[in-house]
Write a protein that binds this ligand. Structure first.
Ligand code: GDP
Ligand code: MG
Length: 423
């Protein structure tokens, strides 16, 4: 069984939390895109963990975790993240973590370039996480990056690194006027933070093909959501990778295998990090109340997230792009304080009412059409469908119909067992 767990919205829907719950029946969990710009928070019997690079399956004993070729890996961050996990009692060995030899290395100068450019943009910034993700993916497509497999022969890399550094300095030094990058420093960095992973690096294609052929259960854990996909998201306010389920087999290294099912993680209200159109956005007191109730501060960056009511138009598009078979609805417990529950049911674009998500310039002119449903109070103690009040069932059924996908799980808390299986 090959299952993708993906975000329907702008990210931070609770993918890590759902992977932690559902990975019980899976042998392998893979991260197939992105880097340490993700923050997946998992609360379970071992404590609270924030994962940036590692698949959330690392927290379960017996699960093998794979970092696929579609990822970009900051080696220094990886060292720190694994160290933190070990301090929290989690075992990380080559047995339960496999890193693709084709995954791209995110270098210190990628982070530097990210910062230099965000600073240059000042008031017009994109809201980058400043972790080097955009620059490193750019370099990958320029074919100027190093891959994890290159760490096996560092000595042989000297000339290539010095060529790359010379090329980088055309921008860093001559363009931005920053002091130049030093090739020796890059070599030392690679040695210090790359060497610990030598035993973890392998051909994940071979490993995963064999696992799939043996009938193992494989889970693909996405980072971010459909609306941040580089091609289908709100460009250019997207991430630099493909966040959609269709990319999961490619980014994992097994492009010829087909997904058996896709579970879309959808938040019961909306949140978004960074700049760009966010039609359902709340401001002022309404925003503060929802943000505080949901603890909407970035796991990777600590930035306050933008928040708003559930957005039918954006979520219906997200469900379509992900090809979701079922949905896990998360954080509905956060809405306990609402007397009436607001829903963005359509967009008004130049007087035309639509539920088709406009990608591109029309989105800037979209205004939310809001309707209200009955409040449902505190759901955090509910564990069965029968325990849900009618108003909550009405809301859930309304969302299913509006986005055109059945809701199989309803999460009512961050802890592993705080959920309801609807069918
Ligand atoms: P991800 O990036 O999609 O994995 O999501 P994040 O971890 O960035 O953000 C989700 C946050 O909500 C985390 O702090 C989770 O612990 C928390 N969370 C997940 N599901 C629920 C839920 O159903 N209710 C509440 N109250 N919190 C949740
Ligand atoms: Mg997150």
């Amino acid at each position: 069984m090959l299952t993708a767990i993906v975000g329907i919205n702008w990210g931070d829907e609770g993918k890590g939390r759902m992977v932690d719950l559902l990975s019980q029946q899976y042998d392998v969990v893979i991260r197939y895109q992105g880097g340490n710009n993700a923050g997946h928070t998992v609360v379970n019997d071992k404590g609270k963990f924030i994962l940036n690079l590692l698949p959330s399956g690392i927290l379960r004993e017996g699960t093998v975790n794979v970092m696929g070729p579609g990822m970009v890996i900051d080696l220094e961050h990886l060292c720190g993240e694994v160290e933190r996990l070990r301090q929290g009692g989690i075992t990380v060995t080559p047995e339960n973590l496999k890193i693709s030899d084709k995954a791209t290395i995110c270098m210190p100068y990628h982070k530097l370039m990210d910062c230099l450019e965000e600073d240059r943009l000042a008031g017009k910034k994109f809201g980058s996480t400043r972790r080097g993700i955009g620059p490193v993916y750019g370099d990958k497509y320029m074919k100027k990056t190093l891959r994890m497999g290159d760490l096996r022969n560092l000595a042989g890399l000297k000339e290539r690194i010095s060529d790359i550094v010379e090329w980088k300095n055309l921008t860093v030094e001559k363009g931005y006027g920053h002091e130049p990058i030093q090739a020796e420093e890059m070599m030392a960095w690679l040695e210090q933070f790359g060497t610990p992973w030598l035993d973890y690096i392998c051909d994940t294609t071979l490993y995963l093909t064999k696992a799939a052929d043996e009938g193992k259960n494989i889970m693909f854990e996405a980072q971010l959501g459909a609306l941040r996909d580089i091609d289908f998201g709100i460009f250019p306010y997207t991430s630099s990778s493909s966040t959609i389920a269709a990319y999961a087999p490619i980014g994992s290294g097994i492009p010829a295998k087909k997904l058996d099912n896709t579970i879309g993680i959808m938040k019961a209200y909306s949140s978004c990090v960074g700049e760009g159109p966010f039609t359902c956005e709340y401001f002022g007191e309404d925003a503060k109340k929802l943000r505080d109730a949901g603890g909407e501060y970035g796991a990777a960056t600590g930035r306050p997230r933008r928040v708003g009511p559930f957005d039918v138009v954006a979520s219906k598009y997200g469900v379509m792009m992900q090809g979701a078979d079922t949905i896990a609805l998360t954080k509905i417990d956060v809405m306990a304080y609402m007397e009436k529950v607001p829903v963005v049911v359509a967009y008004d674009i130049d007087g035309e009412i639509t539920t088709d998500f406009p990608v591109g310039e029309r989105l800037n002119r979209a205004k939310p059409v809001i309707e209200y449903m009955e409040g449902f109070g505190d759901l955090s103690g509910c564990r069965k469908k029968e325990e849900l009040p009618k108003a909550a069932l009405d809301y859930i059924q309304y969302l299913e119909k509006a986005v055109g996908c059945p809701i199989q799980y309803v999460s009512v808390g961050a802890e592993r067992d705080a959920y309801i299986k609807m069918f």
